[in-house]
Write a protein that binds this ligand. Structure first.
Ligand SMILES: Nc1ncnc2c1ncn2[C@@H]1O[C@H](COP(=O)(O)OP(=O)(O)OP(=O)(O)O)[C@@H](O)[C@H]1O
Ligand SMILES: [Mg+2]
Length: 384
């Protein structure tokens, strides 16, 4: 069983590449479920099918669903939801505002994750492909399994306080069944899912990007955060690549700019493999076109496979009270090495190859104290 998650900035082609991957897997004879956890769904448009939160077999072996988190909260989590909205209404918020606010932070992520967990555990699929929301939201989603214990404790704590201080006032709003009893059970599921997400033989993270400056930065941020959570990237898919050359001057200048950024991508993601998809002049919708695109991207490889293992690209550790960022750069001979920080970016120049990394928040504003290169790993120490 494999879980494949595509991440990246808004509009880069996550839905298209996810749907394309799922179609290729289905046509290789494996049962696959593609699931969209994005609130703004477009998976249905990409597949040309009407989707709901029940998996639909779009074609043989290809199942698709769109998780509607808000509807899910209303239907299945009414107790928790109405409990919080009553507290808020009691505090003077109007009903609609209270309903909006009652969606406890983290709840949407938790529900999406439970869907992934359920699909992965169902035994019905060989692969679950997740078409996720743009980076920020998805990073919250992926950080959730680790922080869930803290999260449920916080909600539990809030609950206990509410009972302690305002029992008489709140008693009429209290949920009948103790929904807080559910928390430990969900905690177990989250722990299990966390283990699955960290297991490279089960879960594969891929980033989708375009050859554009801002998009690359966001993709690097994805890589940094994945590494921090202990998740590994096994491929980068560069989508919307223009043809090699053109007679049109305007188009040629765009092509030249892309060529520059394609080189940046090659350096920055090394040693993770990079796959490319051309900007198509036709819309990429419905399974046949999506399948064609998958052939172009994966070029003979089956996207259900782990495309790169040992993708230990970055690690951050605290050694003797100091942060040490380690970058894995196999097969690199270091003659000249320079490390510079520019804002939240770390620029590493090795010989005439430049790699840039987006620093995790904890390192922003710190200076580097030293860098050494040992057994294919560059270790950078930061000041306190
Ligand atoms: N290789 C391609 N050639 C041409 N059009 C493409 C290609 N890839 C994606 N598109 C189009 O670009 C638009 C955005 O793609 P898509 O919806 O897959 O991106 P996304 O990253 O999922 O966006 P969002 O962040 O909004 O979910 C869509 O209209 C899609 O059809
Ligand atoms: Mg999308």
């Amino acid at each position: 069983m494999r879980i494949i998650l595509y991440l990246g900035k808004g509009g880069v082609g996550k839905t298209t590449v996810s749907a394309s991957t799922a179609t290729a897997i289905a046509r290789s004879g494996k049962r696959v479920l593609i699931m969209s956890t994005d609130v703004a769904h477009s998976l249905a448009d990409a597949l040309g099918a009407e989707l709901s939160s029940t998996p639909l077999e779009v074609e043989k072996n290809l199942f698709a669903m769109e998780v509607n988190v808000l509807a899910e909260i209303r239907e299945n989590w009414t107790e928790l939801y109405s409990y919080f909205s009553s507290i808020l209404m009691h505090d003077g918020a109007n009903e609609i505002v209270a309903e909006e606010l009652a969606i406890v932070p983290g709840m949407e992520e938790m529900i999406s994750l439970r869907y992934i967990w359920k699909a992965a555990k169902s035994g019905s699929y060989d692969a679950v492909v997740v078409d996720a929301a743009p980076t920020g939201e998805t990073m919250r989603l992926l950080g959730m399994p680790e922080s869930y214990g803290w999260y449920s404790e916080k909600i539990g704590g809030w609950h206990a306080k509410a009972i302690g201080f305002a029992a008489p006032l709140l008693s009429k709003f209290m949920p009948k069944k103790n929904i807080f009893k559910l928390m430990p059970e969900i905690n177990e599921h989250m722990k299990e899912l966390h283990g699955m997400l960290q297991d490279q033989s089960i879960t594969t993270f891929r980033v989708v990007l375009n050859p554009e400056n801002m998009v690359i930065k966001e993709a690097l941020r994805v890589q940094t955060y994945l590494n921090l959570f202990g998740y590994k990237l096994d491929a980068a898919v560069v989508n919307k690549v223009l043809p090699a050359s053109s007679n049109d001057q305007y188009l040629q200048s765009l092509i030249d700019m892309q060529a520059k950024y394609l080189r940046v991508i090659e350096n920055c993601f090394y040693p993770v493999p990079i796959f490319r998809a051309k900007q198509s002049s036709k819309e990429v919708i419905a399974p046949d076109r999506l399948f064609e695109l998958s052939q172009e991207i994966f070029n003979g490889k089956n996207p259900i496979d782990v495309l790169y293992s040992n993708a230990k690209t970055q690690t951050l550790e605290k050694i003797n009270g100091k942060y040490v960022l380690s970058l894995y750069l196999p097969n690199v001979e270091v003659e000249k090495l320079a490390v510079n920080i520019k804002g939240d970016e770390l620029l590493v120049d090795i010989n005439n190859f430049r790699k840039s990394i987006i620093l995790p928040n904890v390192l922003v504003g710190r200076k580097t104290e030293g860098a050494d290169f040992e057994q294919g790993t560059l270790n950078i120490t930061f000041t306190n």
